[in-house]
Design a protein around this ligand. Structure first.
Ligand code: PXG
Length: 446
């Protein structure tokens, strides 16, 4: 137990408007953590809480990793900040080169951001700028997918497909269209890994091309594994088909790897896992294992060349009018370099790959529990979907999350789905403990 006198819990929680949270319920029943180490959080009341979600799909090296802590401390004491426009600092170049090595094909360039949402907006803008640079300026339409999550910027919610994230926000969401989502409980419930049925859903892109014409479409963006909606692994053959159709029609393919990047699937990224080279890749979360906010967009060489190298403007002219005050922040770069070193040194991607079948086995053993209507998994991503309470969608899963926290386990919920994404440092015993506590939660759930 934590020394409670070390932790000050404020008695007024009112002023903080908490994101994506039922504020009224939370402020009456707060779940606050004060410390973390390895696989564990410590709640402000001193209780240990096992982290089954890597924070929010992001703390891949576990909490408070000594190498990462030291790198952040060193950097803060050495160079706190450097302007990323017109100036720079050495670590961002080193980091970009390391990232280029981690991605297949000619995904050789990195544009730095501070979050997944910014990575998505950046990738969409680069796609539009590229089409214009190669004389395809009529290609302004962007295609996303139903139930997709691409963060909360206007670009991201436009191509995103979660209705609650869009319906409040008006008319700026036009100029987009959406592919159908790939969940098919009738044909694919309780699939282990990629479901067998549904590759043909990628052909819906051909239908959208018939409707709009390829000459109006700049890019397609998908999560290779839809995460936030509750883990939808792609049907076998689906991503391959998307790659084929986009390439045939001169449409850029963007993989949103904010969740799948950096070991979540037991490989460096989903590109490698599925053997596909998209044109742009969005990153965040595991890049710094969430120790310092940072995102990035990986870009294929021909795109960089078209916009930068072949810019018709004089050499002293900016090629792309885009970037953030905190792009390539020195402390974030130092954290990312230490995290990448940790992945390598501790062989965490291989470790996740080795743990994945055990995770799958344990997760699917929950299949007989009450209310469970589907279980899905791939790599170290898992979901248990519950039947909603009649007339009260999302409440059952929310209750499960609260009960799990009471019993020492942090899980995530989305709709009526429980999502698990343990840190890549998890042991077999950690996985067993996670599924045991979750099993007991499901047994108590009405
Ligand atoms: N793209 C994808 C695929 C994501 O999963 C974002 C973009 C946005 O990232 P930022 O850093 O702007 O939040 C995400 C974020 C959940 C959950 O409960 C998932 C995310 C964020 C918050 C909650 O599943 N993913």
């Amino acid at each position: 137990m934590l020394e409670l006198d070390q932790v000050t819990v404020p008695n007024d929680l009112e002023a903080h408007w908490i994101p994506f949270t039922p504020n009224r319920h939370f402020k009456k029943h707060p779940r606050l953590v004060a410390r973390a180490e390895g696989m564990w959080y410590t709640a402000t009341d001193g209780r240990p809480i096992l982290d089954a979600t890597a924070g929010m799909w992001c703390c891949n090296v576990g909490h408070r990793h000594p190498r990462v802590v030291a790198a952040i401390q060193r950097q803060a004491a050495e160079l706190d900040y450097a302007p990323p426009f017109q100036f720079g600092h050495p670590k961002s170049f080193e980091l970009a080169s390391r990232l280029a090595d981690l991605f297949p094909g000619d995904l050789d360039y990195a544009f730095f951001t501070n979050s997944g949402s910014e990575s998505v907006d950046t990738a969409l803008k680069i796609a539009l700028a590229y089409q214009r640079a190669i004389g395809q300026g009529t290609r302004t339409r962007l295609i996303g997918r139903e139930r997709g999550y691409h963060g909360v910027g206007f670009g991201g919610i436009s191509v995103g497909g979660m209705v609650n994230n869009r319906k409040w926000f008006g008319t700026l969401l036009t100029g987009v269209d959406h592919l159908p989502h790939t969940l098919d409980l009738e044909r694919n419930a309780f699939s282990r890994g990629q479901p067998k049925h549904g590759a043909e859903l990628a052909d819906e892109l051909e239908r959208l091309i018939q409707l709009h014409d390829a000459s109006t479409i700049a890019a397609v963006i998908v999560e290779p594994v839809a995460g936030s909606i509750g883990v939808y692994p792609p049907p076998v053959g689906y991503l391959e088909r998307l790659r084929e159709i986009t390439a045939k029609h001169g449409i850029l393919l963007i993989f949103d790897e904010v969740i799948t990047g950096f070991g979540r699937l037991g490989k460096a990224n989903a590109c490698e896992y599925f053997g596909i080279v998209p044109d742009l890749v969005t990153l965040a979360k595991g890049l710094t294992a969430a120790t310092v906010p940072m995102g990035a967009v990986m870009v294929r060489k021909p795109i960089y060349e078209a916009i930068v190298e072949r810019s018709p403007a004089p050499e002293k002219t900016i090629e792309l009018f885009h970037g953030y005050t905190y792009s390539a922040h020195p402390i974030a770069c130092a954290a990312a370099l230490a995290v990448l070193e940790t992945y390598k040194e501790e062989r965490l991607f291989e470790r996740a790959a080795a743990l994945a079948p055990i995770f799958e086995e344990r997760l699917h053993a929950l299949a007989g529990k009450r209310h469970v209507i589907d279980i899905r998994n791939i790599g170290l991503m898992g979901a248990v979907e519950l039947a909603p309470r009649p007339g009260r969608p999302t409440e059952r899963a929310y209750d499960a999350m609260c009960d799990a926290f009471e019993h020492g386990l942090m899980i995530r919920v989305t709709g009526d789905t429980i999502a698990l994404s343990p840190p890549l440092i998890a042991t077999e015993a950690d996985i067993a403990r996670i599924t045991d506590i979750l099993g007991a939660v499901l047994d108590r759930l009405h």
